[in-house]
Design a protein around this ligand. Structure first.
Ligand SMILES: C[S@@+](CC[C@H](N)C(=O)[O-])C[C@H]1O[C@@H](n2cnc3c(N)ncnc32)[C@H](O)[C@@H]1O
Length: 217
């Protein structure tokens, strides 16, 4: 992945944000050493951002689509209350095996429930509300994930969609691939969707932040 923000600024921002836990750092290190696409991990700066969002909405329940080796799931769990819960969806057994080893090492791992299988199928069987929903699985399905997330999100909750800038490819027309096309189309839809208020934040590869318009303030 290309960095959209210059590395020095990225490092400065990281150094002035809440630090990643030792377990998260070790999980990230092992992911880098052993997995084919370690850059899929959100990393320390976006991890801090996710933790901050979790705390701001006072989340007790988090739903994640796309767990990979569990870095972001662990970030959420670390700031949830003792009775908080993360449900996270994944299709890849090897990634999940690595994730589970690190969840077992963390005092917060017991808050995480892994659901194996295509996220759309898992979503069909879930009932909300969730205080925070993080969408980070296959990009072509983002439009379906977003619609289901709107059904499941709590009135005071927040929906976060990762990779909203696609390495900067969102600026290209025509879109270079179906995933970028899906993200471009969804970004347009969310920006004018009267059901939500949204902001596309330029942290890492872009995070679309959408809160439902069902509350006051
Ligand atoms: C970008 S990675 C997630 C990174 C993770 N959130 C982190 O920070 O470490 C996307 C993950 O989604 C998984 N995935 C892809 N298609 C999926 C699907 N249909 N249902 C569930 N997971 C899926 C992939 O196997 C991959 O591990």
């Amino acid at each position: 992945m290309d960095f959209l923000v210059v590395p020095e600024i990225e490092a400065y921002a990281e150094a002035h944000s809440m630090p990643e836990s030792t377990v998260c750092r070790e999980l990230r290190d092992e992911t880098s050493r052993t997995m084919e696409w370690p850059q899929m991990v959100v990393g320390p700066l976006e991890g801090a951002f996710l933790k901050m969002m979790t705390q701001l909405v006072r989340a007790r329940t988090v739903l994640e689509l796309g767990m990979f080796t569990g870095y972001s799931a662990l970030c959420f769990a670390e700031v949830l209350p003792e009775d908080g819960r993360v449900i996270t969806c994944e299709v890849d057994a090897d990634s999940a095996a690595l994730a589970r080893r690190y969840f077992a090492r963390s005092p917060h791992g017991k808050k995480i429930e892994v659901r194996m299988g295509p996220a759309l199928e898992t979503l069909a069987g879930l009932s909300g509300p969730f205080d925070l929903i993080f969408i980070d699985a296959d990009k072509v399905n983002y439009p379906h994930y977003y619609e289901r997330a709107l059904d499941l999100i709590a009135p005071t909750g927040v929906i976060l969609l990762d990779n909203a800038l696609r390495d900067g490819d969102v600026l290209k027309h025509p879109a270079p691939d179906p995933s970028t096309e899906a993200i471009q189309s969804l970004n347009r839809k969310i920006a004018s969707d009267s059901r939500v208020t949204a902001t596309l934040v330029t942290v890492r590869d872009g995070v679309m932040v959408a809160r439902p318009n069902t509350r006051r303030g």
